[in-house]
Write a protein that binds this ligand. Sequence first.
Ligand code: GLN
Length: 475
Amino acid sequence: MTTIYQQLQTGDYDPVEAFEKAWERITRHEKTVNAFITIDDYNKLRVKAEEASKRIRSGEPRLLEGVLVAVKDNISTSWLPTTAGSRMLSCYQPPYNAYVVERLLEAGAIIVGKTNMDEFAMGSTGEFSAFGPTRNPWDLERVPGGSSSGSGAALAYRAVDLALGSDTGGSIRLPGAYTATVGLKPTYGAVSRRGLIPYANSLEQIGPMARSVIDTALLYKVISGYDPLDATSIKGPGIELERLQPADPSKLKICVIKEVLEASQKQVVAAFTRVIEKLEANGADVNYVSLKSQRYVLPTYYIIAMAEAASNLARYDGGIYNCGSLKMPTWEEQNIRVRSMLFGREVKRRIAMGVFVLSEGYRDEYYVLATRVRRMVRDEVLGLTRDCIIASPTSPVQPPRLGERISDPLSLYALDLATVTANLAGVPALQLPIATTSEGPVGIQLMARPWGEEDLFNTGLLIEEITGLRGVYAL
Ligand code: GLN
């Protein structure tokens, strides 16, 4: 399977043909899969594809000329609604584009639509969307992972070539694992969050998703970079695509987290171990290590994420974002009515918990303590990643069936066991597929030191060679 990057390089990418084929698949599968909240108009998209084809023929293509991209619906687009999967924003159309959207447009990409997601990115399965759940194209009875559910599913059924997700605690990587796609949670500060509807600012990053490692790197190149209008944006080393190549296994040191393996399902461990053993057979130095802070990562993450969520979501007070309906005589009545009616169950739970952990008398026991433990996690991860790529299964289980976990929040949160660590530590993490089975796909997660994206991509390219799973898709 040739990658989009290869097709662009050899001049084989034909935007009109690619768009027509993708549109055919969208027409056939979108009703069942529900990967998108909004899809742009066929005629408008077709014109853009024709313009891109012209530009290619005239010999002046840009980096992503005519490439079809899906954008998660918590990333602002000035010409398409941006709902964050919530009824609260069902009428909202932003007045400006997110930084990453500007970069996509400058690179010549065609934004096909906005993808379905758990409300305000709070979830691990996609089932908390106010616009109905997304189904997993590999098995329609299973979830595609969340919260960037639509981005993973749209890639898996080839509605688009590339997609943007956001990752606060695993929302790019979990859909990646469940839909056999590739996704990167970048180093904190590598990608501007300007125009991302905030959930938990200190944890989240926008990141690239694709069907191969090199295409993920290509999209990362386009969206990363310093943005003076995001106070947490950092000038990083950047990435040179020409330099990327499969890592030399004899120079590779891998640290497998024992605790995550022990918590994972048999089939997941089997697929993971097969890959690790092959790496070892090829000369990699594999170590099974203990991440001492592993048992604290979930509670620490959820305390911090909920505290930040409660603060962020205070802005939806019924004044601006309510479609102009639900007018009540006083601000207080309006506030209560709008928030009661337009926020979903999980969002309300998190606001309540977030306010609790920040409240006088409990703050020190919960929030402040969590920030201290976070530092401990970060120090431990930074120590390990100094000379090691940390590896583990991305998810302890294969994609759950729809409805299986939704009524038990703790069993849902447990899906994030392996992913939240990278967000707490601020380090980059790459997910890529290692198996597709009758129970659904399995993914591997690699973590590196801050700004170690190049190492992640190179290791990913090597694993892709080992598994042969490059450019796989369902349906
Ligand atoms: N499942 C995690 C949560 O619900 C992570 C979500 C995300 O990364 N946006 O908070």
